[in-house]
Design a protein around this ligand. Structure first.
Ligand SMILES: Nc1ncnc2c1ncn2[C@@H]1O[C@H](COP(=O)(O)OP(=O)(O)O)[C@@H](O)[C@H]1O
Ligand SMILES: CC(=O)N[C@@H](CCC(=O)OP(=O)(O)O)C(=O)O
Length: 320
């Protein structure tokens, strides 16, 4: 039998006590979220290397095992861009949305539904093996999950200042989310964690459309009436005009950031999504002690999900 020297034994006891305290302090938060749905948008930038994604998967499994119902909607923008580069296909973004022609759509679906989705579902299943928690990889094309219409964006012509329609190709805006399958997975006696790729079907044509992952996640959040919407990116949160982190803001303040041009590029669909996801929840929020809210976080920070949900400090930018 090995015996630690008294000094090391004291240190081990102190370490154990600190960990036990942290767990005990999480109890009120675990109760707030007990059996609540939490939608996590996992961005392509946040994924980083496999080790980062593995840690994320382990945290998602932990959420499930302490009684929450995590639903993951993932991106994969940088991964799509890399594959397009390899194929020699040029890509262009308008207000954070990738202009998607037929060839780009094919590559985007291959990367999102094929490699990223299956890898994440696998990492979650592997992380949850001991307790039989399983990741289930889906896209918006499965079981009528996400129906879209063609997205329309306009832009002012710099010379004439006339508003012109920009054709984004196969970029979709969710019009309907049918949560039946996700609810069946959540309510199943087994521990399934849905992992959703942001691909949808256009109602009339039946064609496949590319959806910005923030937008897809926001639509899923709304349809599931979820408690928290966590968006994991590669920034500490939303920054103000001076580059300082905004810890908390209202929907109106978020709208102002877009109007004043402080939020640009990929931050535009992110904030638009949070605004529209929370707007529908306003009446319910008034009567709820713990209002539905969205949080934009740095997904590269280890255990950022746990910090946000189970500690008083939170992380990133909370939009309420
Ligand atoms: N006000 C802002 N605060 C923070 N990031 C901003 C802001 N305006 C624009 N951005 C840009 O938005 C990016 C996040 O959006 P995006 O790249 O689409 O993330 P993801 O791929 O994780 O969805 C940041 O990396 C940053 O370059
Ligand atoms: C229409 C549109 O822009 N679709 C995105 C879908 C992936 C995505 O949004 O991924 P991130 O969350 O990692 O940025 C794209 O093609 O890049």
């Amino acid at each position: 039998m090995s015996k630690l020297p008294p000094k090391d034994r004291l240190k081990a006891l102190e370490d154990g006590l600190t960990k036990a305290k942290t767990l005990a302090e999480a109890l009120p938060f675990i109760q707030i979220y007990d059996r609540e749905i939490v939608v996590v948008k996992y961005g392509g930038h946040a994924m980083g290397d496999t080790e980062t994604a593995r840690k994320f998967a382990a945290d998602v499994v932990l959420l499930k095992l302490v009684g929450l119902h995590p639903v993951v909607v993932h991106g994969g923008g940088p991964q799509i861009s890399r594959m397009l580069d390899r194929a020699g296909v040029k890509s262009q973004f308008v207000d954070g949305l990738r202009v998607t022609d037929a060839e780009t759509m094919e590559v985007a679906e291959m990367v999102l539904s094929g490699s990223v989705n299956k890898e994440l579902a696998h990492l979650i299943t592997a992380a949850g093996r001991e307790a039989d928690v399983r990741g289930v990889g889906l896209s918006g094309k499965d079981a009528r999950l996400i129906t879209v219409e063609k997205a329309v964006r306009t832009r002012k012509d710099p010379d004439s200042m006339i508003e012109q329609v920009v054709d984004l190709g196969f970029v979709g805006e969710p019009t309907e989310v049918d949560p039946t399958l996700i609810q069946a997975l959540i309510n199943a006696p087994e521990d399934y964690i849905p992992v959703i790729a942001p691909i949808g079907v256009e109602k009339d044509s039946g064609k496949t459309y590319n959806i910005n992952a923030d937008t897809a996640a926001g639509a899923v959040f709304k349809a599931l009436n979820a408690k928290r919407f966590l968006l994991l990116s590669d920034i500490p949160g939303v920054l103000d005009g001076n580059g300082e982190l905004i810890e908390k803001m209202t929907v109106a303040e978020a709208r102002k950031l877009i109007e004043t041009g402080v939020a640009t590029g990929g931050m535009i669909p992110k904030l638009e999504t949070c605004i529209s996801a929370l707007e529908g929840n306003e009446s319910e929020a008034e009567h709820s002690e713990h209002k539905p809210a969205a949080v934009i976080l740095d997904g590269r920070t280890p255990h950022v999900l746990l910090m946000e949900l189970f500690t008083e400090h939170g992380a990133g930018t909370l939009i309420h």
